[in-house]
Design a protein around this ligand. Sequence first.
Ligand code: ZN
Length: 214
Amino acid sequence: MRVCVIRLRMLFDAATSAITIEHRPRNRHTYIVIDKTGEVRVRTPLTDVQKIRRLLTAKEGWITTKRDQIRSQASNHAIIGETIWFQGVLVPLEHFPFFKGIELIDAHHYDSFYTAEALDYLPQRMAYYAVRMNLSPANIVYKRLKRRWGSCNSLGVITLNVLMMQLSIEEIDYIIVHELAHLVHLNHAQAFHALVRKFLPHERQLRRGLKHKF
Ligand SMILES: [Zn+2]
């Protein structure tokens, strides 16, 4: 079997740069096959490239529809093999019941997932350190923040970014202790870091690691 590839860029959209022609002298007919990736293959006894070209042009509508169907089916199964950052490691999506039955995953799904996980995990961790540090925030807000892991204002309201569920447990603890320490020091002076270090001896290392993550 002789296989040759002809470029038919002008025939289809830019996504299809090549069509593979498999020359099968023993075949009686020409078959157009579209594989799982949407690649078009022609199995044909014909040797005249112009004839093959005309045949493809005649079938262009069918090929385009079929190929789009195959591609959208493929993207419906994006969940297979995809991984997500969770507590400091990459975990396959299938691991989480949350993603079961979701065919097309978008940013909204990721946000809901991390929000649900954050609401499940962060309040008890927050309470644990608040008791240990003998501090009590006026309120704690859990939400998706764009540019920071957390914040604490002068009214004692602490806001935690739900996306911190992507980070390791130690890093999550660091952010919690960091924001709680702001209830005492509303700055990043020496005394502030000393207070954090009292509860997390590796605070410097954790702080440096986190710098690269936002
Ligand atoms: Zn701070």
